[in-house]
Design a binder for this molecule. Structure first.
Ligand code: CTP
Ligand code: MG
Length: 266
């Protein structure tokens, strides 16, 4: 039996994964309950108070771009979108308007991203009866240009390793710094080949993800992504190559950037 091991990491028996992968089900969580403070911080300079996941790119809301990409992947059985309570009806109406159908459920998110994912995870497990070996992907609703091929590769990596993220290799030289009153001073140079910028989707086998979230709750740990919870739980997290296109809409100007990327495809 092949075991994939890194010091201090829990391992998943490779043969067991191969054995179960035929029956593997795939689910998706889209956290979309943020209010986009960095986007609206520039409101006098063209920002907006509409949360960024509901803004339009080429006439289609950011969230709908994400839903379409995941629905293109045949293996995806169901998608859970976490939104603010006040947005539930709007999102349900959008799902109907764009004909996104029966695979999409809208649930209530929370005040922080991790809570939004937790709420969706609880709902997903309760309604699908998701088994330990099934796969759950989590994708920021603010990354509209994710492509189905990368989603597929992430699912395959989770099936093989137990957990995986999409990561963008660093192109710049990366410096470690110490913050000072006037900015920062460099304390070290981190070899570029040891760095990737974490994107989404990120995910794991349902059993591993549930354990990682349960341990985070027990330890009152909050992370900004799923990988940080999986890492601290000791699970191996594989990296699938990402792309600059899969950037997260974050600040004013990013909608135009996404439209630029999209126009380049035509
Ligand atoms: N998110 C969420 N619930 C929250 C906060 C964030 O579901 N309470 C979602 C966002 O909607 C987004 C993803 O998590 O799809 C990534 O978060 P981020 O880019 O930080 O979005 P916001 O929190 O909305 O933006 P900001 O941090 O600028 O306020
Ligand atoms: Mg945020």
């Amino acid at each position: 039996m092949v075991m994939r091991r890194r010091p201090g990491c829990r391992t998943v028996p490779f043969a067991a994964i191969l054995y179960t992968s035929l029956a593997m089900r795939v689910f998706v969580i889209l956290p979309a309950a943020g209010i986009g403070t960095r986007m609206s911080a520039g409101s006098s300079a063209g920002g907006t108070s509409t949360p960024k996941q509901f803004l339009s790119i080429a006439g289609v809301p950011v969230l709908v771009h994400c839903l379409r990409a995941f629905l293109t992947v045949q293996r995806v059985e169901a998608i859970y979108v976490a939104v603010r309570n006040t947005e539930i009806e709007r999102v349900q109406a959008q799902v109907a308007e764009f004909g996104l159908g029966a695979k999409v459920s809208v649930v209530e998110g929370g005040d922080i991203r991790q809570q939004s994912v937790t709420n969706a995870l609880v709902s997903l497990v309760a309604t699908t009866g998701c088994g330990d070996d099934d796969v759950i992907l989590v994708h920021d609703a603010a990354r509209p240009l994710i492509d189905p091929a990368t989603i597929d590769r992430t699912i395959d990596a989770i099936a093989e390793h137990g957990a995986a993220i999409v990561g963008l290799p660093a192109v710049d030289t990366i410096k470690q710094v110490e913050r000072t009153a006037h900015g920062a001073i460099v304390t070290a140079t981190i070899p570029r080949e040891r760095i990737v910028q974490a994107q989404t989707p990120q995910g794991a086998r349902c059993g591993l993800l549930q354990r990682a979230f349960a341990e985070a709750v027990a330890d009152e740990f909050t992370g900004t992504d799923e990988a940080s919870l999986l890492e601290r739980a000791g699970f191996v997290v594989a990296v699938v190559p990402g792309s600059p296109r899969n950037f997260k809409i974050t600040q004013p100007g990013d909608i135009e950037l996404a439209e630029f990327y999209l126009a380049g495809v035509k």
